[in-house]
Each structure stands twice: as C-alpha cells, then as structure tokens.
Design a protein around this ligand. Structure first.
Ligand code: NAP
Length: 299
C-alpha cells in the first residue's frame, strides 16, 4: 500500500484552526493530525517521533505545520523543527500562526502592487503605520515591509505594548529599517508624514475615521484585513481592490479584506502543496509567504 501524506499540525492554542485544517486537506495532504497546547520545548520530541517511524519513502510524505497565536514562538518552533532533523530522516515544515504570515504577506504584496501601478513607486522608503499592529498579522506585516525597506510604526492602545512589539521585531529579525512603536492617540500627528496604512486590529474595530482619511495629505495606499463591519478604515470596502478611497484627498488606493484574502488563500495553498511536492525539505515562514504572494499578485 502507498504511504499516505501525513501532516502533523502543532499549535500552542487550545484548538487547531479549522481554516488551516481545511486548507491542508484541499492542498492535497491525506491526513492532518492535530497536536494542541504544544509548548515550545515539546517540539523536538514530537518531530523526532514523526521522522523515525516511516522509512525513507514515508519520511518524504510527512510534514509539520505550526500554528498558534504568536509569530515569534512559531518562528522558534520552526527553528527547532529544522534543527531536530536527523538525515536521512528529514521532513518539511511550515509556520503560519493564526494565518498571520500568509495574511500579512498578501496585504504587503497587494500594497506593493498598488504603489507600483498607481503611484509609480516601491515599498522602499515608504512611511507605514500598522494600526492594530501588536497582533500577529500586524507584527508580521511590519517585519515583511521593513525587510523591503519601509519605515514602519506599530500602533495600538498602549505605547509600551507597541514599543515592546517593535523591539521584538527589531531584535529577532534583520529588518533593513527599524520598526517603531506609537499609541493610537498619536495617529493624527503621524498622518502628515504617512504614505501607507495597514489596518489589522481585531475584527469589527474601526481605527481610522472619515476625517483622518481626509487629513492624510500624502497617503498613497491603505489596506484593511478585517472583513467584519465596520471596516477598519472608514470608506474602505471589503471588495476594494485599489480603488480610490472615498473621502481621500490624496488619491489613496484602498485594498479590502477580500482582495487580500484571495491572495492569502492562494499563498497558503501553494506553500502547503509545495511541502509535499518537494524532493528537498523546506522550512517555510513569512519570507516565503511574501515571495509567493508577490507571484500571485503578478499573475
Ligand atoms: N483577510 C484575511 O484573509 C484575514 C486572515 C486572517 C485574519 N484576518 C483578520 O486580521 C485581523 C488581525 O488578526 P490578528 O489575529 O492579528 O488580530 P488580534 O491579535 O486579535 O488583534 C490585533 C490587535 O487589535 C487590537 N485591538 C483588539 N481589540 C481592540 C479594541 N477593542 N479596540 C482597539 N484595538 C483593539 C489589539 O492591539 P492593542 O491591544 O495593542 O491596542 C490587538 O493586538 C483580524 O481582524 C482578523 O479577522 C484577516
């Protein structure tokens, strides 16, 4: 009997995300086995248990998916996975905690596309505000965009929490420009200098008003991942795909949750599929997600 394609899905949360399980089956894995409330120091043992039981053919048909809610913990778990391999018992792994890596990658790739097509410019040098940026989607977007040369400020209700989130991004990943933190109360003062907005607060929270959109003199693009009304940015619809935002005085283009979701879906599916197609093991995270999201937007 042919060996089945088995995906061991690890999460530090109480439940595995049904979204991720659906995506994995639809990307061709035969079985997805959940492991919940996994601590970082349990990863090595689980990986060793998975790699030694299937022989050289079976090991090629075995993979690890890392979920959870924390991007930095997921990256640490991915590193442990990679370092726990014992050649020739080597398998692939993919971290996408809370869907944050593929969602953030899709948001940044869509903004990059809008900047190129409508403002003849690149992410490099843009000043970006990440509203709700202390969550996994916003922090991952900050890391990806700063890696592309943008100057990102993470905003949230408490400045200390934003400074801490920014410090983690700077300490753990080599961003070409440092990420900063600021409070939501600073938004009005920062808008004069802002080129791009990422909105990734919890669902149904609006963080940018009609007046603020009108008083953003150099805003070029704004993206909102929240699909639950009201939109995170006033005047931006879930279906918007680089239309001018209602009320913008600078001709800013809006990208809504469904336009981002479409690229996120394709990105996650391709990475999950590539994991079982590949001959050589792969260790996918936000950088690979951004690479694929850019390909998807270019098609
Ligand atoms: N379009 C897609 O394909 C897609 C895919 C996945 C997720 N999403 C969406 O992406 C968004 C972000 O996801 P996430 O997991 O990163 O979010 P999250 O961690 O739940 O929330 C992000 C941040 O929102 C802020 N926030 C929470 N409650 C708030 C309130 N009452 N008022 C103001 N700010 C509040 C918090 O920041 P502070 O405490 O620092 O203020 C929090 O860190 C969600 O809306 C989710 O539904 C979209």
């Amino acid at each position: 009997m042919d060996r089945r394609y088995l995906l061991h899905m690890l999460t530090s949360a109480k439940n595995l995300s049904p979204f991720d399980a659906n995506m994995a089956y639809d990307a061709g894995w035969d079985a997805c086995i959940p492991y919940i409330q996994v601590d970082t120091d349990e990863v090595k043992g689980l990986v060793e248990d998975a790699i030694f039981s299937r022989g050289p053919t079976g090991v090629k048909r075995t993979g690890i998916f890392i979920g959870g809610r924390d991007m930095h913990q997921a990256m640490e778990m991915l590193d442990i996975c990679k370092n726990s391999m014992v050649p020739p018992f080597v398998i692939s792994a993919f971290a996408d905690p809370s869907g944050a890596f593929t969602t953030a990658a899709a948001m940044v790739a869509k903004v990059e596309q809008a900047l190129r097509e409508h403002h003849d410019t690149e992410l490099d040098g843009q000043r970006i505000l990440a509203l709700g940026g202390t969550g996994p989607v916003g922090s991952a977007a900050a890391v990806i965009a700063s890696g592309a040369g943008a100057r990102v400020t993470i905003l949230g209700r408490q400045k200390e929490k934003c400074d801490a989130a920014a410090a983690l991004c700077n300490d753990k990943y080599e961003a070409s420009t440092p990420v900063d933190g600021a409070a939501n109360d600073d938004l009005d003062a920062l808008l004069d200098e802002t080129d791009v907005i990422f909105a990734s607060a919890a669902a149904g929270i609006q963080l940018m008003s009609q007046e603020q959109i009108a008083h953003a003199p150099r805003l070029k693009a704004a993206a909102d991942v929240n699909a639950v009304p009201p939109s995170g940015i006033h005047g931006l619809g879930v279906m918007d795909d680089a239309e001018v935002i209602d009320g913008s005085t600078s001709g800013a283009r809006g990208i809504g949750a469904l336009a981002i979701g479409n690229i996120k879906y394709q990105t996650q599916q391709r990475l999950l599929q590539q994991m079982w197609e590949t001959e050589e093991p792969v260790y996918y995270h936000f950088e690979h997600a951004f690479e694929i999201a850019r390909q998807c937007t270019a098609e």
